[in-house]
Design a protein around this ligand. Structure first.
Ligand code: KG4
Ligand code: ZN
Length: 338
């Protein structure tokens, strides 16, 4: 089955054609991140306008890259991200998908973006049959930090999430505080942390909620602790970045492994923008290996927002819905059925 998927939840406009949930026939991503760097944060109105400009060229390019000349004959189904995200951005993708579904006479499948991130472990993965259910999944993005138990495709139990800032949000806020890029500086902070050869601040920052019995997280206080430490001791930025990154990774890895042991799973999966973090990837593999657990982490190009895993999520989880029942919902949570 060939699914054409559209993703437009924030500042990326993406379209992909994927066969049977795994084989990517073509994938195009256009980002407006450069524009948001100038303003130090995403301006929803600007992101939405850019979505309007990009959506048709991106879909066109995706079709021509896959040599699709007659979509009505060559495509089976359309999928689209309906939330969470920015309402203006989401609406552009949802309305474009509805228009295509109507004009080509194809079914349309709505997809929860957060579930989409999980499927970045399935799409293009030749070893996906090694993913054993039940599995523990950690989604770490700019807006969400969620730990879920995945019983099977479409069957999830929520274990915990952040009670304040998401992990990516904390990375970005601390990056701004330390003088890195004012928009999505998390990756820059991580690069600086990698250049630190001696973390003489080790243990100076708190590891919030690391020993609580639940599976919740909190990163807001950590940000304040960085601010205080920076003002008080004026450490090298690379060392403070390293200590901050280590604190976040310590908490994420410990809670993920605790869940893996408690629920006796053989597989752990990561997803979301922060799963591109080098330190998190290494530590997750290292700790899981010691417990005999297999970890799946998407390749870097599938950590951010892109349509190929939206197609994969649609293939494995959702059924088509009537067009009038498919609506953009900016505040969807990971457990919300679409
Ligand atoms: O999943 P995503 O692309 O967008 C959302 O759906 O939110 O995640 C973006 C987040 C941003 O906060 C960004 O700074 C963070 O992922 N991020 C990183 C790294 N690369 C991206 N955080 C830490 N280390 C990285 N290497
Ligand atoms: Zn995302």
């Amino acid at each position: 089955m060939k699914i054409l998927a559209i993703e437009s939840s924030c500042d990326e406009t993406s379209c992909a054609l994927v066969e049977n949930g795994a084989l990517v026939l073509s994938e195009i991503v256009s980002s407006s991140a450069d524009l948001h760097m100038k303003t130090g944060g995403v301006v929803p109105e600007v992101a939405a306008r850019k979505q309007v400009e990009s959506i048709v060229p991106v879909i066109d390019e995706c079709l021509s890259k896959a040599n699709i000349s007659d979509p009505e004959k060559e495509i089976d189904c359309i999928a689209v991200t309906v939330g969470p995200g920015l309402i203006g951005s989401l609406l552009v993708g949802v309305e474009a998908a509805k228009t295509l579904a109507l004009s080509w006479g194809k079914p349309l499948i709505p997809v929860n973006h957060l579930i989409g991130h999980i499927y970045s472990n399935f799409v293009g993965n030749e070893n996906q049959d090694e993913i054993i259910f039940p599995a523990i999944v950690l989604i770490v993005s700019g807006g969400h930090t969620d730990l879920v138990l995945m019983h099977d495709h479409g069957k999830f139990t929520f274990l915990g999430g952040t009670v304040d800032d998401a992990a990516g949000e904390a990375f970005d806020k601390v990056a701004r505080m330390l003088g890195f890029s004012s928009y999505l500086g998390g990756a820059e902070l991580s690069k600086s942390a990698a250049s630190c050869t001696n973390n003489y601040l080790l243990g100076s920052l708190p590891r919030p909620m690391i020993d609580t019995q639940d599976y919740n997280f909190s990163f807001s206080g950590l940000k304040t602790a960085v601010k205080t430490l920076y003002a008080r001791e004026k450490p090298e930025v690379s060392v403070l970045s390293c200590e901050f990154e280590t604190a976040v990774v310590d908490v994420l890895v410990k809670k993920t492994m605790k869940a893996a042991v408690e629920y006796n799973v053989a597989t752990v999966m990561l997803g979301g923008g922060v799963s591109a973090n080098r330190h998190l990837r290494q530590r997750m593999h290292f700790e899981a290996e010691a417990l005999g657990i297999k970890v799946f982490i998407p390749p870097i190009n599938l950590c951010g927002d892109t349509a190929s895993y939206i197609a994969s999520a649609a293939f494995y989880n959702n059924s088509p819905k009537s067009l009038k029942d498919i609506v953009a919902n900016p505040s969807l949570g990971i457990m919300d059925v679409v």
